[in-house]
Design a protein around this ligand. Structure first.
Ligand code: PGA
Ligand code: ZN
Length: 419
């Protein structure tokens, strides 16, 4: 990622786009995804789009390009993007509006629009001589801050190997008050769990987002084991129910049974109370708004924040009050940097909190960390602390912690995830 440009500052006039190049690269599961280079004069910015195993039905769609690896400059999409964008002097907002239009009109896909949008943001930040997080904060009008970690401990649901009838993720949420200590806690708790799970060879199977795969061990075992393992560490629990993927005609399939929405809510609240769960993501399908509305006050009373992922799909137009405490931001759901920042602003305008999240199939791109810090998100979800794609995010967060600390900026991890 080019960071070398030193011309101008945050308010520098837009530079003309001199070139746009698209290529097919691999995500962390070995599936193809898109990377883009955008050139502003001599300065190159680069960005890529992650891939979801469990995309929500309301998010912007990738365009499937099976087997498309290597240079895509001269593919239909690559040429279209270059023809439409090269020579323009758009600034990020205008570029992103143009990209959205190209997706709506020509179906270039949210993977292409996000890759180009991120690449342009990186190049523009470099031209302005600003680190990406600061440049994004300038665009968002937000105050940078450090998030708390959501660390994937157990994977299930569609992310597991069995039928999708359990939580997609059970996460530990370290609460030391400092990012570095939180990372240490995450490493300790994860390693202890790993030892518990290890097979005869000493290895423990993990999911795409580096959560441990529980095999035959049921939910009660997972929660009990987590309660024991984190007993000595300051760490709370969170769950991603990903209920859109558990939906049946009359309710939700969970733990081998079908539950009506009210019964499912009661089951979730019982778990929240029994295990001190502080974070509940997507407890219901996005269409089940009555269930969300009824659940929110009850969950708050039980001490948990309710977070909308597939519910809001990182879309400013969908963010509304009364359903959740926080909005989960996934740039690939929104399709551009500007649309992601708009969703963040819509959340803040309503007094909602923010979590920034990876996807199950990640690339080495760490822009999501800069985004989380830029908008001062309360949480960041970057998977378990294993494998390069996730570790790249942990490492970028460690670097950003140093930067923010040395700048004397708001570098306290917010304790506000507790209601
Ligand atoms: P997804 O899951 O990328 O499969 O949507 C991401 C997450 O919520 O962790
Ligand atoms: Zn989710």
């Amino acid at each position: 990622m080019t960071q070398g440009g030193k011309r101008g500052h945050g308010g520098a006039a837009p530079m003309p786009i001199t070139d746009v190049a698209l290529r097919g690269i691999l995500d962390s599961r070995g599936h193809p995804t898109l990377e883009a280079d955008v050139w502003l004069g001599e300065v190159r910015g680069r960005g890529s789009c992650p891939v979801a195993i469990a995309p929500g039905r309301l998010e912007r769609r990738r365009r499937l390009r099976t087997g498309a690896l290597g240079p895509l400059r001269d593919s239909e999409t690559g040429r279209l993007l270059r023809d439409e964008l090269a020579g323009l002097k758009p600034g990020q907002e205008e570029l992103d509006a143009r990209l959205r239009e190209l997706d709506d009109r020509h179906g270039v896909g949210a993977d292409a629009t996000l890759a180009v949008s991120l690449a342009h943001a990186r190049a523009a930040a470099a031209v302005a001589g600003r680190p990406l997080h600061a440049w994004l904060a300038d665009r968002a009008g937000s105050t940078p801050g450090l998030p708390r970690l959501l660390v994937n401990a157990f994977s299930g649901g569609i992310h597991g190997t069995a039928a999708p009838d359990s939580f997609q993720q059970i996460m530990i949420i370290p609460e030391s008050g400092s990012v570095l200590d939180d990372v240490r806690i995450a490493l300790d708790v994860y390693a202890a769990l790993e030892r518990t799970m290890a097979d005869g060879s000493g290895a423990a199977p993990i999911s795409a987002s580096s959560g441990l795969l529980p095999g035959g061990r049921d939910l009660a075992w997972q929660l009990r084991t987590l309660d024991r393992t984190r007993a000595a560490a300051p760490a709370a629990l969170g769950v991603d129910v990903a209920a859109e993927h558990l939906r049946t005609e009359r309710g939700y399939r969970f733990q081998g049974r079908e539950h009506g929405p009210a019964e499912f809510a009661a089951l979730l609240l019982e778990l929240v109370r029994a295990h001190g769960i502080q974070y509940v993501e997507d407890p219901f399908d996005p269409a089940d708004t009555g269930a969300w509305e009824a659940f929110l006050p009850a969950a708050r009373q039980a001490g948990a924040a309710v977070v909308g992922d597939d519910l809001f799909a990182s879309d400013a137009g969908r963010v509304r009050p009364g359903l959740a405490d926080a909005v989960l931001l996934k740039p690939s759901q929104a399709g551009t940097v500007t649309a992601t920042l708009a969703a963040a602003r819509a959340a803040r305008d309503l007094g909602l909190r923010l979590a920034v999240s990876h996807r199950s199939g990640e690339t080495e791109d760490t822009a999501m960390c800069d985004l989380a810090v830029a908008v001062g998100a309360e949480w960041i979800k970057i998977g378990g602390p294993r494998r390069g794609d996730r570790i790249a995010k942990y490492n970028q967060l460690i670097r950003l912690t140093e930067t923010l600390t040395s700048e004397g900026a708001a570098c306290r991890v917010p304790s506000s995830s507790k209601i």
